[in-house]
Design a protein around this ligand. Structure first.
Ligand code: MN3
Length: 202
């Protein structure tokens, strides 16, 4: 079964003024679609063809660059669209809020440290908040389209929040100002979805 582009669940202009409509449309229909097309081509006729993407990434031979780059690209963008939402962003609460307080002391300190991970990732990559099976959470970053589900990448665990820091994610609206894009991200995070992902991951 071929991988397909997931629907966003909101309109391209729904995250304005934080994430602009043109960037969202190009990012979804061109960049994400290209990862999916290339992933389908890379797994066609191989043992990976009928596996789900989590299974593929967790067991991946890291020398398999087409699947590493494009499988990661599909997984990472699918998470990204899901944790963004303008209308139902909720508030950080419950067990996830407790885990963040335990790890970082406060939501504000967590946001600073996550932002620092996004800012210090040189070149293209992602910043992550990951949940470990014992319930503790950890911030890390990874290069290119790698993610912590892959062996030896970042902090391990299950990514529950991710921020794309490739220039294609922000250059049209923010040009070189990654710092402004990272700050804007907090206005469009759907904490309800992140909490649900946390509860499923632990
Ligand atoms: Mn991207």
């Amino acid at each position: 079964m071929a991988f397909t582009l997931p629907a966003l669940g909101y309109n391209y202009d729904a995250l304005e003024p934080h994430f602009d409509a043109r960037t969202m449309e190009i990012h979804h229909t061109k960049h994400h679609q290209a990862y999916i097309t290339n992933l389908n081509n890379a797994v066609a006729g191989t043992a990976l063809e009928n596996q789900d993407l989590d299974t593929i990434l967790k067991g991946l031979d890291m020398n398999n660059m087409p699947v590493r780059n494009n499988g990661g690209g599909h997984w990472n963008h699918s998470l990204f669209w899901e944790i963004l939402n303008p209308e139902n962003r909720g508030r950080l609460s419950g067990p996830l809020a407790d885990a963040i307080d335990a790890a970082y002391g406060s939501k504000e300190t967590f946001m600073e440290k996550f932002g620092a991970a996004a800012m210090t990732r040189f070149g293209s990559g992602w910043a992550w908040l990951c949940a470990h099976a014992d319930g503790h959470v950890e911030i890390c970053s990874s290069a290119n389209q790698d993610n912590p589900l892959m062996t030896g990448i970042g902090c391990g665990g299950t990514p529950i929040l991710g921020l794309d820091v490739w220039e294609h994610a922000y250059y049209l609206h923010y040009q070189n100002r990654r710092v402004d894009y990272v700050a804007a991200f907090w206005n469009v995070v759907n904490w309800n979805v992140v909490e649900t992902k946390y509860n499923s991951a632990i």
